[in-house]
Write a protein that binds this ligand. Structure first.
Ligand SMILES: Cc1cc2nc3c(=O)[nH]c(=O)nc-3n(C[C@H](O)[C@H](O)[C@H](O)COP(=O)(O)O)c2cc1C
Length: 317
């Protein structure tokens, strides 16, 4: 967007990472590679966040894996993926060629898993790694060394998982879940070395098949996402921004329109991610970006900074 025209300046900074605009895809909703590149010009977006990858291939959960719920969906895909090494060889080159700024998302079931994934990134020889601008550390995963409790439900384990990825050689964003202790867990992620926080992952949920008298999804429970979780995500971003105003936040949850993105920015996010909306319309992230620019232009908002955290200004008055 050129200055001097009516177009707003949408550039944003997430810690050390500068993005031309604040709209990204959300992990797990556009696959691992360039699957959606024929619908969506990846180079137009702020960044493309790939589905979380482990240091090994992982089969995911049994079907069914997704189901619609009122105003959203529930999934238990179970982090199926080819593993980082195969991704680096098979999927990253095409993604880099699409012009995407790539954020690689990593996950694990133990601290050693996180460390192994970080080492694989640090030692990756692929020239396509130049397209990778950051690593998102997904800690919404069961910790096998803590009786399956999610890393993201414990401040100590969140900090330890972040610390375990310190060698990856990329700026790190911590992807967290909404919990009652979110502010404490957010501070622990920063203590562990995260430059920014991605808030929030799906909400724990379940659907029962009443005829079969058992959980409907093959994995039992799952994660609820989409419009139903919008206000929960906005609240999470608002509360963490109020407590940690200098920490860059990426807001995710229920965003389907430019106005939704504005709401998230006003809560304190410096960027947003679009997830479930992309299943209904693969061009949703580009639409959100277009509508955000239009929203700003119509209100003579010339820079994104005018919106970031704006909903807190009354608190300061
Ligand atoms: C089918 C599906 C798969 C997902 N996979 C991942 C994943 O691999 N890693 C991750 O950090 N988040 C994953 N998420 C969570 C999204 O990135 C996002 O945090 C969440 O869906 C809320 O955003 P939304 O309401 O825009 O979908 C997944 C979500 C869905 C719906």
């Amino acid at each position: 967007m050129t200055r001097g025209s009516q177009e707003p300046e949408l550039e944003t900074a997430i810690g050390s990472v500068r993005l031309p605009n604040p709209v990204m895809t959300a992990s797990g909703t556009v696959g691992h590679g360039a699957e959606l590149a024929r619908y969506l010009d990846y180079s137009e977006l702020g960044a493309v966040v790939v589905k979380s990858l482990a240091s090994y291939e992982w089969p995911g959960n049994p079907p069914p894996r997704v189901h619609p719920v009122s105003a959203g969906m529930i999934n238990s895909v179970g982090l199926q993926g080819p593993g980082l090494l195969r991704w680096l060889d098979d999927e990253l080159p095409e993604l880099a060629e699409s012009g995407a700024r790539v954020v690689v998302s990593i996950w694990g079931r133990s601290l050693d898993d996180y460390a192994a994934a970080a080492d694989q990134l640090a030692t990756a020889m692929s020239p396509a790694m130049e397209a990778v601008i950051a690593a998102e550390i997904n800690v919404s995963c069961p910790n096998l060394e803590d009786r399956g409790r999610m890393f993201s439900h414990s401040a100590a384990m969140t900090e330890a998982a972040l610390a375990a990825t310190a060698t990856c050689g990329l700026p790190r964003w911590a992807k967290l879940s909404a919990t009652g202790d979110l502010v404490e867990i957010a501070a622990a992620a920063i203590e562990g070395g995260a430059e920014a926080l991605t808030l929030i992952n799906t909400l724990l949920g379940m659907v029962i098949d009443t005829e079969a008298r058992k959980p409907l999804l093959g994995g039992g429970g799952g994660g609820v996402s989409g419009r139903a979780m919008g206000p929960v995500a906005v609240r999470a971003v608002y509360d963490v921004h109020a407590a940690l105003p200098d920490v860059p936040i990426i807001g995710v949850g229920g965003i389907a329109t430019g106005a939704d993105a504005v709401e998230m920015l006003m809560a304190g996010a410096r960027a947003v991610q679009v997830g479930t909306a992309t299943f209904a319309d693969p061009r949703a992230p580009a639409k959100v970006l277009r509508e955000l620019a239009r929203w700003c232009a119509a209100r003579r908002v010339s820079r994104l900074d005018e919106l970031i955290g704006a909903a807190h200004e009354q608190d300061d008055a």
